[in-house]
Design a protein around this ligand. Structure first.
Ligand code: FES
Length: 186
């Protein structure tokens, strides 16, 4: 039996009002609601469905739009506040599109012991932003990550999914410069 999910289409840009089923929502092309509907359909019968749903949406869109929260909440029979709470609790989830290169700097203990804090200070000064923010010129978005599995070679960072080790402030600048122009660090 098709389960109906109420979703405020006005908030998704449709301005049509009313509700739609997950199957209907999944036909909304590449919109956030269609992506969310597909993720919900794939996971909603699993225990702990919320996290894999949020991961699927972020993998598809690069972030989890606020518009998806209501649809997820209704289909998992949770409140919007609960979904929002999980979304904001985990630093991994982005609530706005990233700008430029996505730069993750490891903040876990082994990297800290190898100079990550100095590297973080440099990254924030270079980009002019804090974690979960994009630099003013849109060059990059800075994210904290917690262990990339390269602990003995820290400080470690990840730029657009590519990992780098033994990163000094000077190497950070070089890596970022190459990411900006689509190249790889030598
Ligand atoms: S602690 Fe940074 S990669 Fe493991």
């Amino acid at each position: 039996m098709s389960r109906k999910a109420s979703v405020d289409l006005a908030s998704t840009g449709g301005a049509r009002g009313g509700s739609l089923s997950l199957e209907e929502a999944a036909r909304f092309g590449d919109t956030a609601i269609a992506v969310a509907a597909k993720a919900i359909a794939a996971h909603r019968n699993r225990p702990g469905a919320l996290l894999p749903i949020l991961h699927d949406i972020q993998d598809a869109l690069g972030y989890v739009p606020e518009d998806c929260v209501g649809l997820i909440a209704e289909n998992l029979q949770r409140s919007r506040a609960e979904v929002h709470g999980v979304l904001t609790f985990y630093p991994h989830f982005r609530r706005a599109p990233a700008a430029g290169a996505v730069v993750g700097v490891c903040r876990a203990e082994a990297c800290q012991a190898r100079g990550a804090n100095e590297l973080i200070r440099h990254a924030q000064a270079r980009l002019g932003c804090g974690f979960h923010e994009a630099g003013a010129d849109g060059e990059a978005t800075l994210e904290p990550v917690y262990c990339l599995g390269l602990c003995a070679q820290g400080p470690a960072i990840e730029v657009n999914g590519e990992r780098h080790v033994h990163v000094t402030p000077e190497r950070f600048d070089a890596i970022l410069e190459r990411a900006r122009y689509g190249g790889r660090e030598a």
